[in-house]
Structure formats: C-alpha cells, structure tokens
Design a protein around this ligand. Structure first.
Ligand SMILES: Cc1ncc(COP(=O)(O)O)c(C=O)c1O
Length: 431
C-alpha cells in the first residue's frame, strides 16, 4: 500500500472504514493480553529454578572467608558476590557494594542519602540547596523519573539518539548550571530505545567538568549482559575512563540480577569510588545490619562467575529473540512503507521504541486497550509522564507467550494504522 500521506481524503475514508471493520471484529474476540511491562516470561524464570537446589539444610552455609551467611555481618556483601559483580560491572571488587533484591532500591536510597546528608563529607545536602535538577535522557525509564519526581527534583529532558543522550546539551547543563546534580543513564540497551552509548559519549561523560562538585552520574547498567543478537553492542567502561581523568567520584554504577535470575528476588549491586563508598556505608550501616547473604551465596554458587552468567544469558536469549523478531517482523510487514511510524531494533535489552505519528500515541494505546491489549501508557517514558510529541510507545515483548504476542502485535499494527488514518483524515477534512 502507498504511504498514507499520499492518499486522497476519499481513499483515507475507505481505508478507515476497512480498518474499523477489522477492529470491531477483534474487539469481539474478548482478548486479554499484556505487553506493558518488561518482565521475564515464566519460561525465563524457570531457567533459574536450579538455584533453589544449590543449598540444602545439611550444607555449611559459609562464604569463602568462612563467615556464616545465616548470621549478621558483611554489610557490603559476601566476597564472592562482590567479585562476581565486580566482573559484571567491570570495576574492582572493593568498589562494589552488594545489596538486597533491587537496584532501583539502591538508586532511590542513593538519591535520598544525597538529599538528606549530601553527596560527600562536607557537601551541603541536595535537599538544602533550593531548586535542584536532574537531566533525564528521553525516552527513558519511567521509574527513574518517578524517583526524582518523588523528591521534588526538577527534571530536564535531554533527547536520546542511537549514540546516547545529546552530549552538547548535557555538557551545557552540567558544566554551567550548579543546580544540576545528576543524570539518569541506562547506557547499554537503554530503556526503552535499546540504544547503547557510543565510546565517544562515554568519554564525554568521563570528561564532564560539573559546575556542581556534588554532581553525580547515575549509570544504571541494568542490561549489561542482555544481548539478543550475534552482533551485541559493546559499552566502554565509564569507571576506567573516569579514573584516567581523576573524575571517578562523579559516577555511581548500578546493576542487578533481576533479569538474569528472578525479578524482585535476585541480587542488586552498586559500584562507586572508594571515597563515595565509604561515605555511603556510613549511612547504610544505620539502615540495615546486613542484606540477605543466603541469596547472595545461592547466586554465586549457581552462576560461579561472569562466564557462568554469560552462558545462562544465552538461554534467555533463545527465549527473548523470537519474541522481538515476531513483533518487529509484524511491524515490518504491516506498517513499514506507510510512513506512519518508526521503530528501534535493539541488539539486546527488554524493550524497543515505537514512534507513531505525533499526536497519535495516546490514541494507539487507548485503541489497543479497548481491544484487550494493554501497552505501557503513552508518555510513561518521559518526565512527569508527558511526551510533548505524544509519539513514543514503549514495546515490551518478553513476557507474553509467542501465541499471545502474535495476536497482540496484530492488534498493535491495526491500531497504529487506524490512529494514523483518523489523524490524517481529520487533517485532510480540515484543510
Ligand atoms: C533500566 C532499569 N533499571 C532498573 C530496573 C529495575 O531493577 P531492579 O529489579 O534491580 O530494581 C529496571 C526494570 O525494568 C530497568 O529497566
């Protein structure tokens, strides 16, 4: 079919009628499908069930130093877990703090700590500096923006590109505005575009000269080993680049096994300079006596090391890749060439972005919902939940079965077409 924009009003009206008939037909099927959140499928969770068998009641539950993991102690995590995460996050083991079940929790606490107590000894707490700001590459992870919104931190959108955030703009804000205290980054397979920051972008991050001494980069490397193609992206090591320039206090790195083992029942970690870690631990030690070291031990016994994790991720890939292929293939067949949408095609991660005609994202999401397919709310990937273009839709293909996904993708394509034709027809009629 020709590009929708080239159709006459009469042709658009005929197309609209045809699509509405198909839509009514789908509505009658009473579908109940969910493509809204980036959750692993049950089959992916099954891959880690062996972890429940690596410890038994007759085992001696000791970590490699001999410490009893059933008891209090080792606030920063058991040594083998620190080593495993150090490998994963490409930092030194003594820069790693292994926490509980959620990296988002570590990020929230890090923001809260800086708000309440300051980012370093002697620094005024962020919360006592008047208006403070965070840069938010968009589209981005809705829960990051939720954290900063909760603390009343002003959020400034920075456009994303396939090489990362617009670094000219990042430098302009960070290097000149002392109220800018942080930036949210998902540097590999970003949520939702699936973009990986280029080497140049990483180097420019390391070379930032913040106007605020207490500016910090929140480097959420949630998808560091989550490749799904034979041509995986590679990410330059930010900590190494920072160390070359003496700027390592500027960065906090986060990761977790939420999408490696069990979501919400995995292990999370953060990495930072020894100075930053010593400061963080001063407060962490008041928050808890120690995290769940039995779960840390279970993870290290099950995975052993980074190679073990990589081998495990191959099994995830075998389940995830066909799901991405299915939805992307359907978009290629049904939508490409109509000039009404564009989409990203990541080499890994959990999401891709579908960008529909400006002003149509909310309508597509509503049409899908009324046909029984739940998508992430339009605007969710933007600060304050507002996409100024009303164009971006985050697609999360991992959770549904292939059968459900096929149906959901069919509905999605139909709704993208219908919303576009409605828009173009109303424009043609108004002209
Ligand atoms: C970029 C990103 N960071 C963090 C998380 C949550 O991680 P956790 O379960 O470790 O809190 C997610 C979950 O979707 C995510 O997409």
């Amino acid at each position: 079919m020709a590009e929708y924009r080239t159709l006459t009003a009469a042709e658009l009206a005929a197309e609209k009628e045809r699509l509405e008939t198909a839509y009514r037909h789908i509505q009658q099927q009473g579908l109940k499908l969910d493509m809204s959140r980036g959750k692993p499928s049950p089959e992916q969770l099954d891959l880690s069930m062996g972890m429940l068998d690596v410890l038994t009641s007759s085992d001696i539950l000791a970590c490699e130093t001999g410490a009893d993991v059933r008891n209090y102690g080792l606030l920063e995590g058991i040594p083998e877990a620190r080593h495993m995460f150090a490998d994963l996050m490409e930092v030194d083991a003594d820069e790693v703090f292994v926490g509980g079940n959620s990296s988002l929790n570590l990020m929230y606490d890090t923001v809260a700590r800086n708000m309440q107590f300051g980012a370093a000894p002697g620094e005024t707490p962020w919360g006592r500096q008047g208006t403070i700001k965070f840069l938010c590459p968009v589209p981005g992870y809705d829960r990051h923006f939720g954290v900063t919104e909760t603390f009343g931190i002003e959020m400034i959108s920075i456009p994303m590109s396939p090489t990362g955030p617009d670094m000219d703009l990042v430098e302009q804000y960070v290097n000149h505005d002392p109220a800018v205290k942080g930036i949210w980054c998902v540097p590999k397979y970003s949520n939702p575009d699936g973009y990986t920051y280029s080497d140049e972008t990483v180097r420019r991050f390391a070379a930032l000269k913040p106007a605020a001494r207490d500016f910090r980069i929140f480097w959420d490397n949630a998808y560091c080993v989550h490749d799904i193609t034979d041509t995986p992206d590679t990410l330059l090591n930010l900590m190494d680049e920072c160390k070359k320039l003496g700027s390592e206090d500027m960065v906090y790195i986060f990761s977790s096994t939420s999408k490696i083992s069990f979501s919400g029942a995995g292990v999370a970690a953060m990495a930072m300079s020894r100075r930053n870690l010593a400061w963080a631990k001063k407060f962490l030690t008041m928050q808890t006596i120690s995290f769940d070291k039995i779960n840390q031990l279970r993870h290290t016994l099950f995975f052993r090391n980074k190679e073990g994790i990589r081998a495990h991720m191959e099994k995830h890939r075998a389940l995830i890749k066909p799901r991405f292929d299915l939805v992307l293939g359907m978009l290629d067949r049904e939508i490409a060439g109509l000039g009404i949408a564009e989409w990203t095609r990541p080499n890994g991660g959990y999401f891709f972005s579908l960008n529909v005609l400006p002003g149509c994202a909310k309508r597509v999401v509503a049409l899908c919902r009324e046909a029984g397919v739940v998508l992430t709310g339009a605007g969710a990937s933007f600060p304050y939940g507002v996409d100024p273009q009303d164009s971006n839709i985050r697609i999360a293909p991992t959770y549904p079965s292939l059968q459900d996904l096929e149906k959901a993708a069919e509905v999605l394509c139909l709704c993208v077409r219908l919303a576009a034709v409605e828009k173009l027809l109303s424009q043609a009629n108004a002209a």
